[in-house]
Design a protein around this ligand. Sequence first.
Ligand code: UD1
Length: 334
Amino acid sequence: MSKNIIVTGGAGYIGSHTVIDLVESGYNPIIIDNFSNSNFSVINKLEKICAKKIKSLNIDCTNKNELVKKIDWQNILGIIHFAALKSVSESFENKKKYFFNNVESTRVLIDIAEENKIENFVFSSSCTVYGSPDLLPVNENSELKKALSPYGETKKKCEDLIKNSKIKKFHILRYFNPIGAHKSSLIGENPKNKPNNLVPLICQCGIGKRKLLTIYGNNYSTKDGTCVRDYIHVSDVAQAHVCALKNMIDKKNCKEVLNIGLSKGISVLELINLFEQSNNIKINYVFGERRKGDIQEIYADCKLAKKKINWRPKNSISQALVDAWKWEKKNKLS
Ligand code: UD1
C-alpha cells in the first residue's frame, strides 16, 4: 500500500509541523504549497529535522490542471488539506479572495479525491465555525452560529463541501489556537508579512522588533475583560493528523468532526503573564479597540478526539510559550 500523503500548505505553520509527524510515523508526505505565506527555506529545514528528502511542489491548489498534470494521484493514500488564507481581518477587506482561495481549493481537491478514489481526507478547519457560542466549552454538537468573519464563512463552506462529497473517509479537525514551535527551533510560525496572531506578536515585542503590543479590547464580559481562547501547542495539533489517518486507513467508512484544543480557556492578559513568567521577560502592552470579527470567549471540549482517534495533547501552554520564544530568538539570529 502506498504511504504517500499529499499535504497542501505543507510549508505553512501547522502543515510543516505535521510533515514531521508523518515522516516519524512512516508516511511519505508530498508537500503542495504556493509559498504565498511561507518560505521555501522551510523545506530545507524539514529535511534537516527528518533527515530525509521531502518532495515539494510549488502549485496553487485552485489550479486543478496543474495538480492533475504534476501528481500521480493513483498512488496517493490520503490528502491533508491545510492550504488556506487565515487572517480574519484581511478576510473582511478581501472577501472574494478568501472565498476563491479557500473554497475553490477545497472543491478542486474533493474533485480529485473523488475522481481517483482517494478515500482518506483530513481537513484543517477552525473553531471559528462555532461563531459566538452561547455555551462553553463547545463540543462538536454545539450549534454552528453565524460566522463572525468571511474567513469563518469559508471554513464552514468547506466543511459542508466535504460532508456532502462522495469521500467515504474524512476527518474535519477544528483547531482552536495553535501556538509554539517545533522543539528543534528550526521551524515555527513565520508569516511573510506582519503577523496577525497573538503569540508571534508577543514574541516580536519581546525581541524588540515591535515596541508595544496592543490588546484588542479590555471591556469584554470575561474574567479580566480580555478575550478568552484555547491555546494549544502546534506539535500536539500536528499529532492529531497522524491519529486521524491511523484511525481511518483500515476502515471502510469513517466520517468524524473533531475539536482539537487543550480544553482550557485563557485570557489574552493571562497568556501575556504566562509568557513573561515562562520566559523571564517583560512585554509592553496597551489596551486598544476591539478587533472586528473577534469572538469574546471560546474553548473546547475535546473528549471526542480523545475517544475517537486516541489523541492526547502532551504539552502545556507554558511549554508552548517557551518553544515560541526559543524559535523567535533563533529565527532572529539566522
Ligand atoms: C482566529 C480563529 C482561529 C483561526 C485563526 C487564524 C476564532 C475564535 N479563532 O484566531 O480559529 O485559526 O484566527 O488566524 O475566530 N490579540 C490581541 N492583540 C494582537 C493580536 C491578537 O489582543 O495584536 C488577541 C485577539 O483579540 C484574540 C487573541 O489575541 O482575542 C488571539 O488572537 P489570534 O492569535 O489572532 O487568534 P484568533 O483570532 O483567536
